[in-house]
Design a protein around this ligand. Structure first.
Ligand SMILES: [Zn+2]
Length: 688
């Protein structure tokens, strides 16, 4: 018997008993147990079989991830000093443990031996997938390289990491280096009061130094975006645009110029790919993704570009026309686009968020969400009880119509000072088969919505949500369903485990579609005062605003995606043609808005040079296409709740989880390859 509640794995997390002081002793012990186990399992005497090696390894490490998951969760939803300290205190130790696991060549040798053994063919598909994933990840981290190549591979990894960090630092320093001080108040025309106030405050903070009064604008988003969107002063917009577009480039201080870093990053990625036996880095990037090959992704992006382009041209023509006739702007410059778009949106498609919000009351929205899930997937959702971390938190169970437990979830809807921002789904317990039977899954759904305020007729007035909030809730519920409705019995590929990075957003984005179904909205809305459902005229405006400039936005995303992929595929960083030449080619192919010649977009493209999106930027569009195409199967059946289609989505996608490649899941559901048409239609790009 233990008195440390964090070490009690017999059921749901004991949020009523777990204390910050439990963290260090519990995690220390689980880390030590994990190391002992790995030591034992990698011994030569242990046969490389599922039962003797892979199964005990998975079982043994599960408790650490469960306990550490609880600590991470509490740190996110109750970020008080005691929990922050408990979490941060153990974070380096836990990170080190997982890093060692990924570098342990003895583990790799066992997995490889298992894959090459006769037993492999007799394993279930889920078990084979776990072994395949392990071998793949070790391979990509250089474990299979000949000994004499490993130091070079390691050196490349280290240089890549420091270059990426430097790229981001340069960009931040260059962003910080710029300030535009406005002293003429007439230049503030059009700017919202809070933006003026912030600019005034920023200037005053510097005032002691410069002895100048005025308003200070910067390239940070809260200052830059409102200027581009609202400022009537074309001079101010142009000045900020130019500064923003030329950050970390050759026009500024040489030590902040990202141009040489870009070239070096591309060279090293190419070298890394070739060491691993691939032609280029784009191929490496695709290995653990759903997309199968570079030509496949290129064809996908180009197909979408050809189809979206006429709509993008229509959008830009509408914008130019509006600028000329309504605003007297004869030539639309890049620094006019945000400003004119905002004016056009207000003139033609505006509606009041506040008005919409009155229709989405919390009880209606939750009942609407649960009804959608129950109808689609043939399950029941009922209130349940469990220890929780805050009185706001609710707990539910999902069960079969016969009352058999499928999974459970916590719902923590409201914003709190001690809660991390945004919305997210996380796993508490993952479904799998244990010696005692099936362990049912448990999920956390977290949002940051406003809590109920005030009273009406002596009763508390329910919380009301914006349509964006509702969409977010459906999105996170989609992630939750992926985790909870899995039927996989092996930890490593159960629920969202082992699901490819570019396929993880499929169920979440799929669920968002229901927030735009007229019939669903009729059920899910009721005015907070009158109870009336959402009026049709308001709905039509919401839809028009959703699709505003979708053509332009689509080709812009495609420009970034194509540039990123081509840069990491055939492009030779040491060759004749520059990165900017390649970008110009891509723009000629897909863009409708070509920035000025001095624009240095690559120098601030931190997704691919400072972050983890290299040769992966396409994933955003890829996931949107997949989810739209899945939803189209319901539209083709003539019913967003078509039972046979719902059953198939459950069986082939949600229940299958990571046990089968995501593209196979998709094909099994749709009976064909993904197509882009549904996304175009849902974005209002119809009738090409
Ligand atoms: Zn998501």
């Amino acid at each position: 018997m233990t008195t440390n509640a964090l070490l009690d794995f017999s059921g749901l997390p004991r949020f009523d008993a777990i204390a910050p002081s439990d963290v260090q002793p519990a995690i220390d012990r689980l880390l030590a147990d994990g190391r002992t186990l790995i030591e034992r399992l990698t011994a030569d005497a242990v046969p490389a079989t599922w039962d003797a090696f892979a199964a005990p390894l998975g079982d043994g490490i599960e408790n650490l991830s469960r306990a550490w998951g609880i600590v991470g969760h509490l740190h996110s939803v109750n970020d008080v000093p005691e929990w922050r300290e408990a979490y941060n205190g153990m974070l380096p130790e836990v990170s080190r443990f997982y890093a060692e696991l990924g570098q342990n060549l003895k583990l790799f040798a066992k997995y490889k031996a298992l894959r090459e053994s006769p037993e492999y063919a007799t394993l279930s598909p889920a078990r084979r997938k776990i072994v395949d994933n392990e071998v793949r990840d070790f391979h990509l981290s250089g474990a299979e390289l000949p000994e004499d190549r490993k130091p070079r591979f390691q050196a490349i990894q280290e240089e890549l990491a420091s270059l990426a960090a430097k790229f981001s630092e340069n960009l931040l320093d260059a962003t910080n280096a710029f300030a535009e001080l406005v002293t003429d108040e007439t230049e503030l025309a059009g700017l919202p009061d809070d933006v003026r106030e912030a600019a005034r405050h920023a200037a005053e903070k510097d005032g002691a130094l410069t002895n100048t009064r005025g308003w200070k604008f910067t390239l940070h988003m809260p200052s830059y975006l409102p200027v581009m969107q609202y400022a009537e002063s074309r001079r101010l917009r142009a000045a900020l645009y130019r500064a923003h577009a030329t950050r970390a480039a050759e026009f500024g201080p040489a030590e902040l110029d990202n141009t040489p870093l870009i070239r070096r990053l591309l060279e090293l990625r190419r070298e890394e790919a070739q060491l691993l036996g691939y032609a280029n880095f784009a191929e490496v990037s695709l290995v653990p993704k759903m997309a199968e090959s570079v030509p496949q992704v290129l064809a996908f992006l180009r197909d979408l570009a050809v189809k979206a382009r006429p709509f993008a041209e229509k959008d830009i023509a509408e914008l130019r026309d509006f600028a000329r006739t309504e605003l007297g702007i004869a030539t639309l410059e890049p620094w006019d686009v945000g400003y004119v778009s905002e004016k056009l949106l207000q003139a033609r498609y505006a509606f009041s968020e506040q008005e919409v919000k009155q229709y989405f009351t919390e009880p209606k929205v939750l009942a609407g969400l649960f009804h959608v899930v129950e109808t689609l997937f043939g399950v029941r959702i009922a209130p349940d009880t469990a220890p929780v971390w805050h009185e706001d938190v609710r707990f539910y169970r999902i069960e079969t119509p016969a009352g058999e437990l499928i999974g459970q979830f916590y719902l923590d809807l409201y914003a709190r000072e001690t809660k991390r921002g945004g919305a997210w789904m996380d796993e508490a317990i993952t479904r799998r088969r244990t010696a005692g039977g099936i362990q049912t899954p448990v999920a956390y759904l977290n949002c940051n919505f406003p809590r109920p305020v005030g009273e009406k007729d002596g009763k508390p007035r329910p919380a009301t949500f914006t349509h964006d909030d509702v969409t977010t809730l459906f999105h996170e519920a989609g992630h939750g369903l992926h985790h909870l409705l899995t039927r996989v019995e092996e930890l490593g590929v159960s629920g969202i485990h082992g699901v490819e990075w570019d396929a993880v957003e499929l169920p979440s984005q799929f669920m968002e579609n229901y927030c735009w179904e007229w019939d669903v909205l009729q059920e899910m809305t009721g005015h907070v005062d009158t109870g009336a459902p959402l009026p049709r005229a308001l709905y039509d405006k919401m839809l028009a605003a959703k699709n505003f400039q979708s053509g332009m936005q689509t080709v812009r995303q495609l420009e970034f995606s194509l540039f990123d992929l081509l840069l990491h595929a055939d492009f030779d960083p040491a060759g004749e043609r520059s990165v900017l030449d390649l970008l110009a080619d891509v723009r000629r192919e897909v863009a409708v808005l070509v920035p000025p010649e001095w624009h240095r977009f690559p120098n601030s493209f931190s997704h691919i040079f400072g972050g983890g999106y290299a040769a992966g930027y396409f994933s955003y569009k890829w996931a949107e296409v997949l989810s739209a195409d899945c939803y189209a199967a319901f539209e083709e059946a003539g019913n967003p709740f078509d039972p046979a289609t719902g059953r198939r989505f459950l069986d082939e996608i949600l229940a299958a989880g990571g046990a089968r490649p995501a593209l196979e899941n998709f094909r099994a559901f749709r009976g064909r390859e993904p197509q882009v048409d549904a996304l175009l239609r849902h974005s209002g790009m119809i009738g090409a």
